[in-house]
Structure formats: structure tokens, C-alpha cells
Design a protein around this ligand. Structure first.
Ligand SMILES: Nc1ncnc2c1ncn2[C@@H]1O[C@H](COP(=O)(O)OP(=O)(O)O)[C@@H](O)[C@H]1O
Ligand SMILES: [Mg+2]
Length: 320
């Protein structure tokens, strides 16, 4: 656990820029620590873009913001083969995706073709163009943002590919006190910036070393069984809550179980623990599971959300 202090510095760096939103900052750290991609969702103006830029400014690695717009083409993000008149041959020119930290901003404003190109690259950590594969950086991690889907002019992400995201984080409005602090901080910046961001220079090698440590975090058999029960319960909720027999149309896949283990391990690491406890699992469960299940009409008619169902199942399943 020797790399952990550098992550605490990064955390303080983020907190010196973003007021509150602890859950969001926590999830950003988990993404970095696992290489797991994040889908960050909220109404506009809740610091999604600012938070991802803040993490990039605290890590000594390549950063690219890709603004997703209706006219974007897949090649605009992946790169393409171009003819080189000097050699008389084609050569691959890398697109903006070939950077360590990617902010895929307002991802649901681009058409499905572009979204698919991104999701494929996320899944395979490579881009395949004209039959040739090009590997993305070791540190590669995508932090995508989206506004709520009801907004006009948006394309929902393909449901079947949403599980490429390790976590789907839904961000809420700040409290009144936090909003006051946001205003204060903005005014201070405006009038001569007496408060500088906490300096963080996290090195890529440190991040990669930490990822290896996270992968080796101890998982007790009882904790593994608990995670499996939780994911299985999204397929068979009636096992725990008989009334919920036909509430979930599609449950989470085994990929969710692996994601739960990764996210819970990173959560334990951030607490300075070398082993996962059930509380780590409970803390990340909703963000790991909410985008991996499809509710039935029955559940929707009762106005239940994925969040409600996950909470109900977590409450119902005995903690080891
Ligand atoms: N919790 C917060 N802490 C600091 N600044 C915030 C916070 N929430 C909103 N802001 C400020 O509000 C503005 C909008 O943030 P932005 O990151 O563009 O939102 P989003 O990407 O979610 O639409 C920025 O100027 C940002 O600094
Ligand atoms: Mg934004």
C-alpha cells in the first residue's frame, strides 16, 4: 500500500477545486485506480466537466477532452489511415483517443456510430482501422459525461453496451451551504485568487503500480459470495423479495460481479485497507449495477427506479 499517500494528495487537489460532491470525487479516484471507465450523469452545471479536468490536472499524463456533437464522425475520435504522398503509402494518424485520460464530454449528443466506436475502444483498449489494431496507452481511462436523457437532441447510449462502464454515477445538486461555498470560491478566484489548488503531480508509473496493488487486494470467500448473491439477485429478485418476481426484465451479467470486485477493492484501497469488507461492496453497489439492469413495465408502473431496486436488495440480503 506504499503508493496510497500520492492518491490522498490527488484527493486534496480535487477537493481544493470542487466543493462537496464527495461521491463524484471518490468515483473518479476509483476509475483512475482500476482503469475502469466512468459514466457521470447529472443536470448541466454540476461540475462534471470541471471535476474530470481537475483530475487530469493532478496527474502527470496525457489528457484529451472530446466534445461529443451531432456532426462528429467515428474517425474524428479514433484516427484514420491517410495517404502519404512522400512514401506513396497509407499510414495511420492517431485520433484524440490516443491519450491517457479521456474526457468524453456530453457523450449522448453524438450519434450511435460514434458512441459505438468509443465503447469498442474502451472494451478492447485498442482501435482497429483497415484491419490493423493500434493499442491505446496503458493508463487509458475514459470519463464520459451525460445530461439526463429526457433532453432534446440526445441519443441514448446502446443499452447492451452500457456495461462497458465500470460505474454509472448519478450526481445530485449541492446543498445550500455547498452552493454558498461554490460562490465564495468563485469570487475569491475572481478577486486575485488567494487560494491556489493543492499541487498534485501523480506519475503514470505510480498509478500503474497502484492498479496492481488494487488487483491484489484480499477478497475473503464470504465477501465473494456476498457479491455473487447481490448480482444474482438482480436476475432473481423474488428469491429475497417475493413481491418483486417480475420487476427486472434483464439482470446484471457476470461482468457486473467482476466490476463489483474491482470497484470494491479500489474503495478499500482508498480507505487504506488491504482487504475488502462488505461495506466497500455496499458503497459501490448502486453505481456498479444501475446501468446493467433493465426494469420491467411492472416496476416502472410502480415508479420504482434501478436505485430503489438495488437498495431494496442490499437491505434484504444478509451481510456476511
Ligand atoms: N461543486 C462545485 N464545486 C466547484 N465549482 C462548481 C461546483 N458545481 C458547479 N461548479 C461550477 O459551476 C460551473 C459549471 O460546471 P461544469 O463543470 O461546466 O458543469 P457540467 O459539466 O456538469 O455541466 C463551473 O464554473 C464550476 O466551477
Ligand atoms: Mg459539462
Amino acid at each position: 500500500m506504499h503508493t496510497q499517500p500520492e492518491f490522498l494528495t490527488l484527493r486534496r487537489h480535487l477537493e481544493s477545486i470542487i466543493v462537496g460532491q464527495h461521491q463524484l470525487l471518490d468515483r473518479i479516484m476509483i476509475g483512475l485506480l482500476t482503469g475502469g471507465h466512468l459514466l457521470l450523469e447529472s443536470a448541466p452545471g454540476l461540475a462534471k466537466t470541471t471535476a474530470v479536468k481537475a483530475v487530469a490536472s493532478g496527474v502527470h499524463a496525457g489528457f484529451q477532452r472530446i466534445q461529443f456533437t451531432p456532426d462528429l464522425m467515428p474517425a474524428d475520435i479514433t484516427g484514420s489511415e491517410v495517404f502519404d504522398p512522400k512514401t506513396g503509402d497509407f499510414r495511420f494518424v492517431e485520433g484524440p483517443l490516443f491519450k491517457e485520460i479521456i474526457l468524453a464530454d456530453e457523450i449522448n449528443r453524438a450519434p450511435p456510430k460514434v458512441q459505438s466506436a468509443l465503447l469498442e475502444a474502451m472494451e478492447e483498449q485498442q482501435v482497429t482501422i483497415a484491419g490493423k489494431s493500434h493499442r491505446l496507452p496503458d493508463l487509458f481511462v475514459v470519463m464520459a459525461t451525460q445530461n439526463p436523457l429526457e433532453q432534446a437532441g440526445t441519443y441514448p447510449l446502446p443499452e447492451a453496451q452500457l456495461d462497458r462502464f465500470l460505474l454509472h454515477v448519478v450526481i445530485d445538486y449541492p446543498s445550500e451551504e455547498e452552493e454558498f461555498q461554490i460562490l465564495e470560491r468563485d469570487r475569491r478566484l475572481h478577486f486575485g485568487a488567494d487560494q491556489q489548488a493543492v499541487e498534485s503531480q501523480l506519475q503514470p508509473a505510480t498509478v500503474l503500480a497502484a492498479r496492481r496493488e488494487v488487483a491484489e487486494i484480499h477478497l475473503e470467500e464470504s465477501v465473494k459470495r456476498y457479491m455473487v448473491s447481490l448480482v444474482n439477485a438482480t436476475r432473481h429478485p423474488e428469491k429475497w423479495l417475493p413481491d418483486w418476481r417480475d420487476h427486472i426484465h434483464y439482470g446484471a451479467s457476470p461482468r457486473a460481479t467482476l466490476a463489483l470486485a474491482r470497484a470494491a477493492s479500489a474503495h478499500a484501497y482508498l480507505q487504506g485497507r488491504a482487504y475488502v469488507i462488505p461495506d466497500d461492496v455496499i458503497d459501490v453497489a448502486a453505481d456498479v449495477l444501475r446501468h446493467r439492469m433493465i426494469l420491467s413495465f411492472t416496476a416502472k408502473a410502480k415508479q420504482l427506479s434501478a436505485n430503489d431496486l438495488i437498495k431494496g436488495l442490499v437491505d434484504a440480503i444478509p451481510v456476511p
